[in-house]
Structures are given as structure tokens and as C-alpha cells.
Design a protein around this ligand. Sequence first.
Ligand code: SAM
Length: 279
Amino acid sequence: MIPNDLTKFAEKKFGQNFLKDNHYIDKIIQSMSNENLRVAEIGPGLGDLTKALVKARSVTAFEVDKRLCEYLAATFQDAIHAGVLELRCGDVLEHWESGNLLSESYHLIANLPYYIATNIILKAFKDEQCQSILVMVQKEVAQKFVAKPGEKAFSALSVLAQSVGEAKICFEVEPKAFIPPPNVTSAVLLIKKNCSREDEIFEMFLRIAFGQPRKKLSKNLESTFPKTLVAIAFDTLKVDSNLRPHQVATSTYHHLYNVLKDNLDERKSSQRKPKARKP
Ligand code: SAM
């Protein structure tokens, strides 16, 4: 049974803020791609968005909270029997361990638990079956994914988003649309993918590049790569060595990575090598 007082029922540790304003649920549905693929919903919660989704698409929903799984199984028994809804209980990150969340092409649509939202989006970038991502996240996180080079919010997440497709913010959602209200403003983010990124070493490279965002990019890279190699890379690619990380275009990050990555490959494989045992 779900009590009337959702504020007491909501589990903070699972990032439970239930979207209870139909105006925003309608707007999410209107922002969906026309492409009639299965939808993966992460965290259906009390099923308000799920109810709208199953009217339009087949849905696979992943919910970690056992109390909600039982509630959803009872509430949606018709949709489950009709094969329109598949409910998978447990941590979505465990379902993702094999690489792809579903074995067929899908759109990810969700009001994400904010404590793992970025992690989930990065997993969806790598997942070849995922064609698009339409998710509610904290507004500042959405801004990081959509920022353009030169803007202050331009970050490793912006580079990764631009590397898989196009990202935009569809609309913002005020805290009072949720029970309980979160402490932050939210935004619905849409990322249309045209490819998937498998390359974890590129992510590692970007973490180094944006390690100290106010420092020069060349200095950040010199923290890991030999100074002479960085100088050669900047020279060859005609990149100004005074630029800060947010001032450099996504394509330039890929060019720099291609020049420097052999060095990173070596680093990663030497980390993996077991240490020689002492005689
Ligand atoms: N979709 C509902 C809505 O819009 O009202 C609930 C959204 S609430 C922000 C996040 C939901 O994600 C909760 O139902 C929570 O239990 C679920 N959740 C949190 N962590 C999860 C995880 N690791 N795997 C699957 N679901 C998770």
C-alpha cells in the first residue's frame, strides 16, 4: 500500500522525487521521438510517467525499490499481461553490466534519480541499442551536457555529448511539480544519438584535460603527458597553448587525443600488468 503522505514514503537514498504534475508529463510525451521503438524507463516510481508511456509505446521499466516494484506489478497487471510493459526489479546499473540495457533498439525516457543521473547518461552513450535519451535531470547537469565551446559550462560531458550526437534542453521544471520537492530546479534534456562511444580511454583523457578547469589546457595535459609531447601536439594541430579547457572545440579534443593516446594506452596497460613478485 502506498500511503497518502508521499513525503514520508519517499526514500532519499533512491533519489525519490515523484513528478505529480500532468502538464510536465504531457510535455515529456510531446518531446518523444516519432520513431516507434521500445522505451526503457529507469525508475518508474509510482508509474505516473509510465502510464502515459504505455499508451504510446512498449516499455521496459527498471525499478530498484521493492515496495514500488510490488505496487507497479499490481497497478499495471493488465499492461504487463498484454505485453506492453515489462517490469524489471533491481538496480538498473546491474542490468547494464553486459554492455547493452536491452537487446533491441530503444529510446531511454526517464525522470532519473539524480544521484546516478550522469552515470546513467554516460552508460547510454556507450550502449549501441540506445538511440536517444530524453531525461529529467538537475538543471545544472543538463547545462553541462548542452554547453558549447567558449561557454563557462563547457565540460568533459559537453564534449562526450557532442561526440555521440546533438543535445538540447527541452524545458525546465520547477521543484513544486514534485512530491517531495527537490532542492534544485530540473530540466528535461534530449540527446539524439548518431553513434555510440565505447572508448573509455577518451573519457580518461577528458578527465585529465578538464582536471583543473581554470588552468590552461596545455598545463592540465602536462600533468600526465611529457611536456615535449604536449608541445608537439599543440604545434602540429596549430592549437593555441594559452587556451583554457572550455575554449577548445570538440573536434580539437579528438585530434589531440589521437596524437596523445598511445601514451595513455601504454599507461593503462602498465596499470593492468601484475606487479612482479619479490623472490
Ligand atoms: N518516474 C517517477 C516519477 O517521475 O515520478 C519516479 C522518479 S524518481 C526521481 C527516481 C526513481 O528511480 C525512483 O522510483 C527510484 O526508486 C528509482 N531508482 C533509484 N535508483 C535506481 C536504480 N539504481 N535502478 C533503478 N531505479 C532506481
